[in-house]
Design a protein around this ligand. Structure first.
Ligand code: SDX
Length: 435
């Protein structure tokens, strides 16, 4: 923990002058924090921050974001450098263990992940219970949660070895479960993982291979998939990561906690935005209709928001969006796509929005979801699978944060309080006496 000193907080409550000394803590980067852990016990006050805009929920060493400068560091390494020079398995090692792995460490990690990619054959029957048109995120929530019914030998979170096996199992099985959700939705047989393929290539193989002919994963698609996994791996204490941390704080098993994270990520304000961006672009349809939608996004009486724009933390360009924006052209060209109408529309929408006073004043920039969908669509990934891919990648971040929390000897169950504005105590009124 960073350096601590106390600062006086003075106020008047019901005519009485109060002065409370609160410890002021400083991390390595980012804002200092006022330590209010003893505020209620010592002074009888709660703090109030319903959407946690000014709340540090934990101490972490994993990811640092500077929203004003558009900076994203994973264990100190800029996301731009990791996206350009690393690969997803190496980034997973970095997030989980804190350092870039040696060649041997990475080989051992990849070998362990590779040999946990299969799922229990019994799990296949779980899919049969879903309708073919079930949203794949609904399947992910159900099947990942069900993993805790299969792996009783890695549920004891107090055993470091079982924790590591559970982490490797989930990172390894997420692509398999995700691809199975897609295959089930199109009525095609499941593909077994192929141990000779990389993590990204194996996912694409399980998604698209047909049993009737050999399937070769395009190196361009493999590289694009790997880069998208890197860019979505972790992002500090976002809503789904906070969900995983809070669920885990009760001692729930990691499979169930990741399932809770998947459920939270599904929301269109969070990971579901990539799917919503593509649906929005298709609804806009043409450059001529952009002003109509910009006007709707600014209209307080219209619930419509420009999906893929805005961020709780970034009040500058999301650095991940910048990387994806640059990758868009490169990947579309390498995939042999001519002009991608949706990309042209997205670039025009971005240009118009970023010159609009409303978006400038509210510092609404494109976020990671704005461009990811365009690349995924060009790769032939169905729109309904976009958030599933986000969940596959973010599982590494969720488990890195989970591991950090479980390893913390001071970990306690998370139990927020409230500002109660309901009825004061009143007596029961029998039905016969109610008005
Ligand atoms: C992700 O937290 C993370 O790190 C998330 C994430 C990760 O990697 O985990 O980065 C991934 O979830 C990215 C965000 C994807 N979501 C979207 O693209 C959905 C569209 N964006 C918005 O819903 C919104 O911007 C949020 C949810 C992302 C952020 O919401 P906030 O911080 O609560 O901001 P807000 O809703 O208070 O908005 C502030 C103002 C409001 O206007 P006023 O009430 O002040 O007049 O900006 C407006 C909003 O109406 N606004 C938008 C807008 N986003 C905010 N207006 C139009 N279009 C938008 N997209």
């Amino acid at each position: 923990m960073g350096s601590e000193k106390s600062v006086p907080v003075t106020f008047t409550d019901a005519g009485e002058h109060k002065s409370i000394d609160l410890p002021l803590m400083e991390g390595v980067l980012g804002p200092k924090v006022l330590d209010v852990r003893k505020l209620y016990a010592d002074h009888g006050y709660f703090t109030y921050d319903p959407s946690f805009s000014s709340t540090a929920s934990c101490e972490s060493k994993i990811t640092f974001i500077d929203g004003d400068e558009g900076i994203l560091l994973h264990r100190g390494y800029p996301i731009q450098q990791l996206a350009a020079q690393s690969d997803f398995m190496e980034v997973a090692c970095l997030l989980l263990h804190g350092e870039l792995p040696t060649a041997r460490e990475k080989e051992d990690f990849v070998n362990s992940i590779t040999h946990h990619t299969m799922v229990h054959e019994q799990l296949i029957h779980f899919y049969r219970g879903f309708r073919r048109d079930a949203h794949p995120m609904a399947i992910m929530v159900g099947v990942v949660g069900a993993l805790s019914a299969f792996y009783h030998d890695s549920l004891d979170i107090n055993d470091p070895n079982q924790r590591e096996i559970a982490v490797h199992r989930m990172i390894a099985k997420m692509p398999t479960i995700a691809a199975m959700a897609y295959r089930y939705s199109i009525g095609m047989p499941f593909n077994y993982p192929q141990n000779h393929l990389s993590y990204a290539a194996n996912f694409l193989y399980m998604m698209f291979a047909m049993p009737t002919e050999p399937y070769r994963v395009s190196p361009v698609m493999e590289k694009a998939m790997d880069r998208i996994f890197i860019l979505h791996a972790d992002h500090e204490q976002n809503a789904s990561t906070s969900t995983v941390r809070l669920a885990s704080s009760s001692g729930a098993n990691p499979f169930a906690c990741v399932a809770a994270g998947i459920a939270c990520l599904w929301g269109p304000a969070h990971g579901g935005a990539n799917e919503a961006v593509l649906n929005m672009l298709k609804e806009i349809g043409s450059v001529e209709r952009i002003p109509e939608f910009i006007a709707r996004a600014k209209n307080k009486d219209d619930p419509f928001r420009l999906m893929g724009f805005g961020h709780r933390v970034y009040k500058n360009y999301d650095p991940r969006a910048s990387v994806l924006r640059e990758s868009c052209y490169e990947i579309l060209k390498e995939l042999g796509h001519g002009a991608e109408p949706l990309l042209d529309l997205a670039l025009e929408l971005e240009k118009i929005a970023l010159h609009d006073p409303y978006f400038i004043e509210k510092k609404l920039f494109p976020n990671v979801d704005f461009y990811s969908g365009i690349i995924l669509k060009a790769m032939g990934i169905p729109i309904s699978m976009f958030t599933v891919l986000f969940a596959v990648s973010r599982t590494v971040g969720w488990l890195s944060q989970w591991k950090e929390m479980i390893d913390d000897p001071h970990m306690r169950i998370g139990r927020p309080r409230q500002l109660y504005t309901g009825h004061a105590q009143r007596d029961y009124v029998p039905a016969s006496k109610r008005p």
